[in-house]
Design a protein around this ligand. Structure first.
Ligand code: HEC
Ligand code: HEC
Ligand code: HEC
Ligand code: HEC
Ligand code: HEC
Ligand code: HEC
Ligand code: HEC
Ligand code: HEC
Ligand code: HEC
Ligand code: HEC
Length: 304
């Protein structure tokens, strides 16, 4: 634990102290002014970006400018003169995702948000930094659209009738995920699913006097995290989802006609609309104590 604290609190302070590694040996650099002559547009986009600001310590601007990322350019400039078009276009091109990211990780290797990059699913699936960050178009990603480029299934979930207000702009992917990787399953920004949900739905945290075991276990037993076609992002309609675990035949007969099941050919009209939660409305847990005068135990049964 102490080590972890050290890691999270102190290492970022050292971030700027770490010298930029130079993998290029004695290839020659030209300096940014030469690049600017032929690449005005790229020069401008770079100058406007955070990477082009000298006031920011340990920035490419304070190192080799363009060549910090693209590599030494003297050879490139010579090839332009020789009109070796194919080689010119290939200047600085990296083949693998790992090599592409390595350029960035020269500097960004140790920061809180990137600490678990190696463990994340993106790194493991050959997604590079530049799949999401565009250096010459503002490093900050328009995250939702960017994510949807690859995660079409999630896009369709967020378009379903009941969904987290992601496309409405009230919730971002990064509110729940760290795209750079986390120690948790699904790259979520909490220890587990429930801890994540409690961040915004604190009323579901409890502790309750009467707990409903699946709620304590994992919110996703009943809910979809992004969206679903069933109201309140339920994975399945009520009463079906309740019936996965509860047997209707044991339901007290005095409450309604025992011959009418939860579902089937003659379902009780009590199961219309909100169905079971018409009565069991405190489905996430309740506080109601036993009422000594009536002996009512409604809390235990999540009936308010
Ligand atoms: C004399 C003109 C000239 C100079 C100076 C020059 N370049 Fe180029 N560069 C070119 C040309 C021409 C191409 C090929 C562009 C094309 O066909 O789209 C090119 C291609 C590139 C590419 C690949 C572009 C791509 O399509 O992926 C990069 C990156 C690049 N240059 C960076 C630099 C950097 C960094 C410097 C400074 C070290 C530099 N260039 C200096 C003319 C120049
Ligand atoms: C922080 C790293 C970094 C710096 C600094 C940088 N570039 Fe780039 N550049 C990239 C990456 C990564 C790409 C690949 C395309 C992308 O992801 O935006 C790129 C692409 C390019 C291209 C190809 C055309 C394009 O926009 O896709 C040119 C040309 C270029 N850079 C020139 C320059 C010049 C000139 C400078 C300095 C004025 C410079 N770059 C500074 C990282 C950098
Ligand atoms: C020479 C060191 C260096 C290199 C190489 C470098 N960066 Fe940076 N980068 C910085 C510094 C310094 C900052 C500003 C301080 C900060 O916010 O971390 C920064 C900031 C950023 C930011 C935050 C922008 C913002 O608005 O807050 C992103 C995203 C980023 N870099 C991505 C990249 C990517 C992607 C690459 C590789 C193509 C890369 N960087 C290469 C040093 C570098
Ligand atoms: C799957 C998409 C994705 C990939 C891959 C990715 N990033 Fe990011 N990055 C983001 C998003 C989204 C944010 C904004 C996070 C937020 O809003 O909290 C971000 C933020 C950042 C920041 C700013 C952090 C801060 O403290 O605000 C830096 C620096 C950065 N990324 C660097 C990198 C580097 C370096 C890599 C590669 C090793 C990388 N990113 C790979 C999506 C990505
Ligand atoms: C309200 C929180 C929340 C938001 C916002 C959110 N997610 Fe998720 N996402 C989750 C949870 C929880 C999981 C399940 C994690 C697990 O498997 O333990 C998940 C799983 C995933 C998975 C794994 C595949 C799957 O379907 O299980 C992907 C991919 C994903 N999310 C992408 C995204 C993208 C892209 C966005 C933004 C458009 C986004 N998420 C927004 C909470 C969220
Ligand atoms: C270039 C494509 C690409 C982009 C862009 C991208 N992802 Fe992914 N993502 C992947 C791949 C590939 C996987 C691994 C296979 C899978 O689970 O679909 C993955 C996996 C995930 C997972 C699941 C992790 C797990 O443990 O199962 C989450 C969550 C996720 N991405 C979130 C995001 C978010 C948030 C963004 C936007 C900031 C984003 N992705 C952008 C390609 C991408
Ligand atoms: C970053 C904040 C945030 C996190 C984390 C979060 N939610 Fe939400 N959730 C919201 C917002 C905002 C709404 C919309 C509330 C509204 O419209 O009144 C919402 C609505 C919902 C709804 C109701 C949907 C509807 O159709 O009415 C459910 C169910 C829900 N969330 C479940 C979850 C679960 C399960 C988790 C954990 C996987 C979770 N939420 C994590 C912010 C969050
Ligand atoms: C046993 C199934 C089940 C589990 C597990 C479950 N829920 Fe629900 N949840 C429901 C039902 C049913 C509704 C609809 C209640 C209604 O319509 O009155 C609902 C509605 C919601 C709503 C929207 C209405 C409201 O009460 O705010 C949110 C938010 C929510 N749940 C969050 C969570 C969170 C967070 C967890 C995990 C801690 C969780 N749920 C676990 C069944 C469940
Ligand atoms: C994943 C299985 C699961 C699902 C789905 C589920 N429950 Fe439960 N439920 C349980 C368990 C386990 C208990 C605790 C039973 C016990 O203590 O005997 C419980 C207890 C209850 C109780 C209190 C009864 C008692 O004897 O303490 C009620 C009422 C209840 N559930 C209603 C519902 C409703 C309504 C739904 C659908 C919205 C639902 N449950 C969905 C597993 C589930
Ligand atoms: C008309 C109101 C009402 C409806 C609708 C209703 N219940 Fe109940 N349920 C109750 C009451 C009241 C009790 C407590 C009975 C008692 O005090 O013994 C109860 C008790 C229970 C119990 C605990 C008794 C046992 O069998 O161990 C479970 C589980 C349960 N209900 C599940 C469900 C499910 C699942 C649904 C939907 C398919 C549902 N109920 C629909 C009112 C209702």
């Amino acid at each position: 634990m102490k080590n972890l604290l050290f890691f999270l609190v102190f290492i970022p302070v050292f971030f700027f102290e770490i010298p930029h590694r130079d993998a290029y040996g004695d290839e020659e650099y030209t300096g940014i002014d030469i690049c600017k002559r032929c690449h005005e547009t790229s020069y401008e986009s770079y100058s406007k970006s955070i990477h082009g600001k000298k006031v920011v310590p340990h920035n490419p601007a304070n190192e080799k400018g363009c060549e910090t990322c693209h590599g030494p350019g003297a050879d490139h400039v010579e090839k332009v003169a020789d009109e070796k078009i194919g080689e010119i276009r290939n200047f600085g091109k990296k083949e693998s995702a790992e090599d592409k990211s390595a350029v960035c990780l020269n500097c960004h290797t140790i920061s809180k948000k990137l600490a678990f990059w190696d463990m994340g699913q993106h790194k493991k699936n050959d997604v590079a930094c530049t799949s999401c960050h565009s250096i010459h178009n503002g490093e900050r990603v328009k995250q939702v659209e960017q994510c949807f480029n690859c995660h079409r299934d999630i896009k369709s979930e967020t378009n379903k009738q009941s969904h987290h207000p992601i496309k409405e702009g009230k919730v971002k992917c990064a509110d729940c995920h760290n795209p750079h990787g986390t120690l948790s399953h699904g790259m979520i920004v909490a220890e587990n699913v429930n801890q994540l949900c409690y961040k915004c739905h604190a009323d579901k945290r409890g502790p309750f006097v009467w707990e409903h075991p699946p709620v304590e276990e994992n919110c996703l037993i009943c809910h979809s995290p992004h969206g679903s076609k069933t109201a309140k992002m339920m994975k399945e309609k009520i009463p079906n989802i309740c019936e996965d675990c509860h047997d209707w035949s044991r339901h007290p007969g005095t409450i309604y006609d025992t011959r009418a099941g939860f579902t089937g050919s003659s379902p009780s009209n009590r199961f219309l609309a909100r169905s079971c939660v018409n009565c069991h409305s405190a489905i996430h847990g309740s506080y109601a104590p036993v009422n000594p005068s009536s002996g009512s135990n409604s809390g235990k049964f999540f009936v308010r």
